[in-house]
Design a protein around this ligand. Structure first.
Ligand SMILES: N[C@@H](CCC(=O)N[C@@H](CS)C(=O)NCC(=O)O)C(=O)O
Length: 210
């Protein structure tokens, strides 16, 4: 059995989207970040950095359950555990890693920095935040170009590259409308039953942590 501690953010959604793809049974626990539930002692025992997502796998094959943080690590672990959404050949896998890392390092990190600077805008940093946001929107043109010639980011199949990129792109959907192929990809994926279930599993309606 697996427990997932998550919330309605792109990082939380990555984990629940992937769990739905694997078909593994799991229980979701929605963490209310606005009420600071991620800083409660019980949660900090799971992740001392006080952030979602956290996955606890009670069937990891080891004596103790595996407690895993970091959305990309969670997605990779689930892909390797189940053999889903990750090609076996090194070249196919390299393409998945390329798109996965493009988003996880260039886009997610830049967006986080923009968010952080915006919170400090009283100190005159909102211009820096808007420059970073513009950079992110510009970088998405590479995703659009890739999707102009491939149905999915790493090629012909839906892979963890799509799982990792999808929630962040959905959060910016309105601002990405100029990117026709990216928008088409988003529209298609929103129809995918596992995507609908994965997004629902990281929403407040899915329930609260104990
Ligand atoms: N790099 C981490 C980032 C995790 C993260 O920053 N989670 C945010 C939500 S997206 C969080 O829990 N923030 C709560 C806080 O900082 O108090 C990952 O990919 O899982």
């Amino acid at each position: 059995m697996i427990d997932l501690y998550t919330s309605t953010t792109p990082n939380g959604q990555r984990a629940s989207l992937m769990l739905e793809e694997t078909g593994l049974p799991y229980t979701g626990h929605w963490i209310d970040l606005s009420r600071g539930e991620q800083r409660q002692p019980a949660f900090l025992k799971l992740n001392p950095s006080g952030r979602i997502p956290v996955l606890v796998d009670h069937d990891s094959g080891k004596e103790k359950p595996l407690v895993l943080t970091q959305s990309v690590a969670i997605v990779l672990y689930l892909a390797e555990k189940t053999g889903k959404l990750l090609p076996e050949d090194p070249v196919g896998r390299a393409r998945v890693y390329e798109w996965m890392q493009f988003h996880a390092t260039d886009i997610s990190t830049t967006l986080f920095n923009a968010f952080y600077l915006q919170r400090h805008s009283l100190f005159g940093l909102s211009l820096a935040a808007s420059i970073l946001r513009k950079r992110v929107l510009g970088l998405y043109r590479h995703f659009d170009a890739q999707l102009a010639t491939h149905p999915y980011l790493a090629g012909l199949d839906y892979t963890i590259a799509d799982v990792i990129v999808l929630p962040g792109a959905l959060a910016l959907e309105k601002r990405l409308q100029g990117y026709r192929h990216l928008t088409h990809w988003l529209t298609e994926l929103k129809q995918r039953p596992t995507v609908r279930q994965g997004l629902a599993a990281s929403s407040p309606e899915s329930g609260h942590a104990d």
